[in-house]
Design a protein. Structure first.
Length: 115
């Protein structure tokens, strides 16, 4: 019985060592600006997308994306398009692409080490 529990502990420890610790992977939060930027980057890079694709690309949940898209539409950074009568897609505007290019320049000018 002791050999069996040692074998289980060894397998469990190998699994734990391969993955990031819980404290590092789950407790980091993104700022609102980071969430806005990742949404705009997804739309600018992949083109017009449905809301489910945006959630996958930006790595956020649907309620967060809906709120962010609402704000970005009001600021004229994202436009809502309807196709096939009832399908809604979202696309980045030229203004959003300009903001992303400024943001990329800023990241290059101010290198910040990622921890």
């Amino acid at each position: 019985m002791a050999a069996y529990s040692e074998a289980i502990a060894t397998v469990h420890n190998r699994f734990i060592l391969k993955h990031q610790p819980f404290s590092q992977c789950c407790l980091m939060r993104r700022s609102k600006m980071e969430m806005y930027i990742s949404t705009l980057e997804a739309l600018a890079y992949y083109g017009p997308l449905k809301i489910t694709r945006i959630t996958y690309k930006a790595k956020m949940n649907c309620s967060q994306i809906k709120a962010i898209l609402h704000d970005l539409i009001q600021k004229k950074l994202v436009e809502e398009r309807v196709f096939k009568k009832n399908k809604v897609i979202y696309a980045a505007t030229p203004k959003a692409r300009t903001i992303l290019s400024y943001f990329e320049e800023l990241k290059e000018m101010l290198p910040i080490a990622d921890d």
